[in-house]
Design a protein around this ligand. Sequence first.
Ligand code: SF4
Length: 343
Amino acid sequence: MVKKRLASGKPCEKCEQAEAMLRDRGLWERVDEVLWALEDDPDSPGMKLGRELGVELAPFFVVRDGEGSSVYTSALRLVRDHFPQARGGARRESRPAVPDDLEAVAAELADAPPQRILRWGLERLGADCGIAFSGAEDVVLVDMAARTELPFTTFCLDTGRLHPETYRFIDRVRKHYGIDIQLPSPDPAELEPFVREKGLFSFYDDGHRECCGIRKVAPLRRMLSGLRGWISGQRKDQSPATRADIPVVQDDEGFAGADGRLVKLNPLAGWTSAQVWSYIREHDVPYNELHDRGFISIGCEPCTRPTNPGEHERAGRWWWEDETRRECGLHVPEPANIDGEGI
Ligand code: SF4
């Protein structure tokens, strides 16, 4: 495998993601050697090999077998062609394709039960589809996904600012379902100068956009770049200002997946909080102990507080900001991320 290191000294995100994906599928030990292509050193081993093979992209892989050698610039394609038995791979070969027109699919599935929407996604994307795990809704999705017995991926953004209870909850869910939960975390090269310059609570003064951008949006972007789809627990009634129109399935316009396109599923879009909690009780699903202490929507510790009876469930998130700006940038299109709308 040839990995790139940027002139800044940071490893290329896509290379890191490719390595993580191979590790996740138990294939990393099949990599005989890693050569570094240093962006600022044309004589580094990886740069030389790239020139020899006429490859301009990293990561890339050189596969040698009895028939000679071949070059891959996509880790997913490498897995598909050479290791179809890897986790989720055997099913991948026979999966139905994701149609071009997701609006038609969204219309067809608009009133379907969440389990059917979830199954639609996992049958097509399998382990290339990640459940973004954090709250009550997400563990319901994990429970539903586990019952399909189809492969899927689970991840939780570790901002470094979650409640201790949330970290314990993540571990409990991991053990309860016997699943890996990947924990993408902020890039120290971005986080450290930010904290050095602005301290640990700058969001109370100038809004949460910058901190969420570093601690949530960038790690999410890195995570999604190795997937083809993701599943969120968003519900329409969580925020009349920002979530009223979410479809059950859509092309994600804000992030790119491993092959460019990224499908986003919102199986619980049409559910209410009461339906989520009734599922949790009925199926004995584990939940975050903070819910028993008045927290409804739970994010980072400094930005979440319990809500009072009668308050909207997202009233406890970034409560010092205007309601229309109470999103973290995970569920809004790219242009909005850039100009700050909706974050
Ligand atoms: S929720 Fe608060 S602490 Fe967490 S990433 Fe956003 S601004 Fe930072």
